[in-house]
Write a protein that binds this ligand. Structure first.
Ligand SMILES: *Cc1c(COP(=O)(O)O)cnc(C)c1O
Length: 390
């Protein structure tokens, strides 16, 4: 890894792009090839022995994908990173890669819904147990440890109710007990929080969200030590095969060019929107760690550089019809899942009681809002109008 010039601008604009090997094009070409060829048998033999960092077959190594791997590793202060065809694939590979039958995982409660399903519906079938804990007290992780606990999963904050975990404290408990740690850092992007600096072993992102940022790619990344990444690549990535396409990797690299501009804009606007909503009489509560009223605001200030642009509000609404009136009245917030793109979105809890396994115990008054790149004054005016119509 090139740690000599790992400042943000260098990473996003130049690191790992090997322009001299791509016809000196300013924008690296997309190596849209599944396969690679060798002049001699000896050369092929050498490559086979270094499949981890030389092109042999695109499921394992592709030069376009490799450029993004270097950038993401540098962004997360990790030795290496892997790219996957989705965030869920990255999380699943990282988790499956660190456990075997008979092991036990401690996970924060209400993690991303498919992380919960991974534990409850998939790994349980292979005799890997789990305990969900309230992560607002790091000691709950210690209390849940069993002799066979091998992994702690964190997601700070989670992307629905925005509860934080003290990552340094949890990482220290894990180290004392020989347990590995993984953090889903999608909410923060690598700009606002770096879990590896806090002692966490592995970081996962849904690159679908802030990293790509244009709502046109589904992808994921996993970052960590060279040893762990090599292990996950040789086993989970190669066998489960959730490799990204070179074209998606290239789009992700294009998205990264503006990462700094986008996440800061989203966070700036979110602060304005959150303050407006908190002061509005028809809004009961705003779940956003950047507000002084958030119960873990002090931890957020200590652990995160900034607070990103996703929040959940609880409306002062008597019934689901009123929530629907609010949502249907919003003009600029598109009704959709996901987040992290250029466009603002709304995600009403009352619409999501389907097989995706979202949390049915959440109040029907909850609406998650993603604050995109539009003029924040326009977003606030839209919210004001919809609240009046509720
Ligand atoms: C979207 C998301 C995921 C899953 O990522 P995909 O790219 O959709 O597979 C995981 N964790 C969080 C916090 C997410 O928001």
């Amino acid at each position: 890894m090139d740690h000599k010039r790992d400042d943000l601008s260098h990473i996003l604009t130049h690191l790992g792009e090997d322009r001299e090997r791509g016809f000196d094009a300013v924008v690296p070409p997309i190596v849209q090839s599944g396969n690679f060829t060798y002049a001699t048998v000896a050369e092929m033999r050498r490559t086979v022995q270094h499949e981890f960092d030389r092109p042999l077959y695109t499921r394992g190594y592709n030069p376009t994908v490799a450029m993004v791997r270097r950038k993401v590793a540098a962004l997360e202060h990790a030795e290496d990173a892997l790219l996957f065809s989705s965030g869920s694939a990255a999380i699943a590979a990282g988790v499956i890669g660190m456990v075997k039958a008979g092991d036990h995982i401690v996970c924060v409660h209400k993690p991303y819904s498919w992380t919960r399903k991974l534990l409850v519906e998939l790994l349980a079938r292979f005799d890997v147990g789990h305990t969900f804990v309230d992560g607002t007290d790091a000691e709950n992780y210690r209390r849940a440890i069993r002799p066979n606990t091998t992994l702690f999963i964190t997601e700070s904050p989670n992307s629905l109710t925005f509860e934080l975990q003290d990552l340094a404290a949890i990482a220290a408990i894990a180290k004392e007990n020989g347990i590995l740690t993984l953090c889903d850092n999608s909410f923060n992007s690598p700009l606002f929080q770096n879990p590896i600096d806090l002692g966490i072993d592995m970081v996962a992102h849904s690159a679908t969200k802030y990293l790509n940022g244009h709502s046109d790619v589904v992808a994921g990344v996993l970052a960590g030590s060279a040893k762990h990444m090599r292990q996950v690549m040789a086993r989970e990535l190669m066998t489960l095969g959730a490799a990204p396409s070179p074209h998606d990797a290239w789009l992700l690299m294009r998205g990264l060019r503006t990462l700094e501009l986008r996440v800061n804009r989203s966070a700036d606007s979110a602060a304005q929107v959150a303050r407006f909503l908190e002061a509005h009489p028809r809004v009961k509560r705003v779940h956003w760690p950047g507000l002084e009223s958030h119960p873990q605001h002090a931890l957020a200030k200590r652990q995160m550089k900034r607070v990103a642009g996703l929040m959940t509000i609880e409306l002062d609404a008597p019934d689901e019809e009123a929530v629907e009136r609010f949502c249907d009245s919003l003009r600029t917030f598109l009704i959709a899942v996901s987040w992290g793109g250029y466009e603002s979105l709304q995600w009403p809890v009352c619409a999501l009681k389907g097989p995706s396994g979202y949390y049915t115990d959440l109040p029907f008054t909850m609406v998650r809002l993603y604050i995109g790149l539009e003029d924040p004054a326009m977003l606030i005016a839209d919210l004001e109008n919809a609240l009046a119509r509720m």
